[in-house]
Design a protein around this ligand. Structure first.
Ligand code: XMP
Ligand code: MG
Length: 183
């Protein structure tokens, strides 16, 4: 698809590339300070968190280990049901680890709520969450997210890892999908 056609499918840019990088640097500086002297495992949730992980991890001034998990929330419709299926599990034993889950977005919070419980049962020493985006008005469960990038309105967004039908993940900004695309 050409750039003009892509632009036609988006309504507004919510967060620009520059704003994302500035925020990820700030969050990385906090994480550097708050995990000083501790081994840190970053767990990225595929596929949406790929861009956040790549940029956030490189803003850190320390060594970390990295693992990935792929989950899908199944049930009727396109909204998260809270019933989560593991599509790709971690390669790492979480026992005694300081884990920071790296997510693209907290929408209903149901996926993360399930993940947090799952990780706790694996004996992690500590578990915190970093999410680039959060939709406060969509929350069905409250997630204790220590590192939040941006609170955004309850609209479907794409770009910077987030997709609509697997498209738009490589946009550099986060934008609201134009309603005519999905209606
Ligand atoms: P929940 O509702 O469980 O959402 O917090 C979890 C996952 O759903 C995806 N999601 C979105 N993807 N634009 C997207 O491209 C959105 O606005 C959006 N809201 C939720 C995302 O993978 C998230 O981790
Ligand atoms: Mg996700």
């Amino acid at each position: 698809m050409r750039a003009a056609d892509i632009a036609d499918q988006l309504s507004t840019v919510l967060v620009t590339e520059e704003e994302i990088q500035k925020k990820l640097l700030e969050l990385a500086q906090r994480v550097d300070a708050e995990y000083e002297g501790k081994d840190l495992l970053l767990v990225g949730v595929l596929k949406g968190a790929v861009m956040v992980m790549a940029d956030f991890a490189r803003h850190l001034q320390r060594d970390i280990t990295m693992d990935w998990m792929a989950v899908s929330s199944y049930g009727a419709g396109t909204k998260s049901s809270g019933v989560v299926q593991i599509r790709k599990d971690l390669d790492t034993d979480l026992h005694g680890k300081h884990v920071l889950i790296v997510e693209d977005i907290i929408d209903s919070g149901l996926t993360l709520s399930w993940l947090l419980e799952n990780f706790q049962s694996r004996g992690a020493e500590s578990i915190e969450v970093l999410a680039l985006l959060r939709k406060p008005d969509a929350a069905k469960v409250v997630i204790d997210c220590r590192y939040v990038g941006f609170d955004i309105p309850n609209e479907f967004v794409v770009g910077y890892g987030l997709d609509y039908a697997e498209r738009f993940r490589n946009l550099r900004d986060v934008a609201v999908l134009a309603p005519h695309v999905y209606s």
